[in-house]
Write a protein that binds this ligand. Structure first.
Ligand code: SAM
Ligand code: SF4
Length: 332
């Protein structure tokens, strides 16, 4: 691999992590992410091919972007997804390959993904109660998702497994006792992620966020917690149960933004580079790739965009503008 200069933004942050959306399609319709009827999906040829994704990952890895997370939409609905994972796992300079999934197809794909070299899995589950899972995701799929999670857990290489729940006021409070039990009985770190204004229905409002601190306080009422040291550039604050059984993570982008340490960029399914979840502008990489741009030219495009990476997000501030894209179309 030809080593290139590290990728650094205009505020001095070295970029080490890329989140790639491999499809905008999904088999669930989570209320905080997608409209009930779905969205107008991209045409097949609008989506980056496996070879195009591999090329971008190799270019970014040569600039020190060593951590790659594959997401969507639902990444497992992309045909032949484990083959893509295998291609990326063997790219020179990729240190960690992770997947964020809703788990619906994990029973089918867990073994193939582990064999392909995926190192880390985040499985999104917002409720452990069948009717409430259905209410939030608009699909009666909890049993299938839990079966997928169990299948994944059979593979020692997949651990530690993280289970992500979006923290929504009026909903998540009622899930806490079950999640505490779940985190204490199983080898999963349950992580609560504050609801962000990236929902299709524009129903987000500041009051709809159940904050990390509120969750911590509510969990303390059930079982005492102890803080674990924060890992550098980790978005989560992790607490373990004082009796040693299990841990929980709190990701608080709204109430305690971690922008100063943000080392991430994102690539959408159609090959647009985004430097922040809340970016209002994007840089097209697919067009130049398809019209014959060389790696040096692509590198220049990436560097110019990353140089302008936003200092911070403005969620909750007057004048905040919600991006047109929903989380599913960005790649969360
Ligand atoms: N479909 C996969 C899944 O659900 O895990 C991957 C894509 S999904 C967009 C990635 C993550 O974003 C999920 O954990 C989901 O819960 C989270 N997410 C979606 N919309 C969100 C929002 N408005 N606020 C906070 N997190 C959100
Ligand atoms: Fe699909 Fe994930 Fe969005 Fe839910 S959060 S609608 S599973 S992309």
């Amino acid at each position: 691999m030809s080593r290139r200069e590290p990728l650094v933004d205009g505020h001095g942050r070295a970029i080490g992590d890329v989140r790639i959306s491999v499809t905008d399609r999904c088999n669930l319709r989570c209320q905080y992410c997608m409209p009930a009827d779905g969205l107008p999906w991209l045409e097949r040829d609008e989506v980056l091919s496996f070879e195009e994704i591999e090329r971008l990952v190799a270019l970014l890895a040569s600039m020190g972007v060593a951590d790659v997370r594959l997401t969507g939409g639902e990444p497992l609905v992309r045909r032949d997804f484990p083959r893509l994972a295998g291609m990326l796992a063997s790219v020179d300079g990729v240190r960690e390959l992770a997947v964020t999934t809703n788990g619906f197809l994990l029973e089918r794909d867990a073994a193939a993904l582990v064999a392909a070299g995926v190192d880390r899995f985040n499985v999104s589950i917002d409720s452990l109660q069948r009717d409430r899972f259905y209410e939030l995701t608009r699909r009666d799929a909890l049993d299938r998702v839990l079966a997928g999670l169990e299948e994944l857990a059979r593979h020692p290489e997949a651990h530690p497994i993280k289970v992500n729940a979006v923290a929504i006021r009026g909903f998540t409070e009622h899930e806490l006792p079950a999640f505490v039990e779940f985190a204490r009985q199983n080898p999963y770190e349950v992580r609560f992620i504050e609801f962000m204004p990236l929902d299709a229905d524009h129903a987000w409002e500041p009051q709809a966020v159940l904050t990390g601190e509120e969750i911590r306080a509510a969990i303390e009422e059930i079982a005492p917690l102890e803080p674990l040291p924060r890992e550098p550039s980790s978005t989560a604050r992790v607490w373990r149960f004082a009796d040693g059984s299990g841990s929980i993570g709190l990701v608080s982008p709204v109430s305690e933004p971690f922008c100063a340490d943000c080392n991430r960029i994102r690539i959408t399914a159609e090959g647009r580079l985004r430097t922040c979840l809340f970016s209002l502008g994007e840089t097209d990489l697919r067009g130049p790739m398809r019209s014959g741009a060389g790696d040096d030219e692509l590198e220049e495009l990436v560097r110019a965009a990353v140089w302008r990476k936003e200092l911070k997000h403005h969620v909750g501030e007057p004048g905040f503008i919600q991006p047109d894209r929903t989380m599913s179309a960005i790649g969360g």
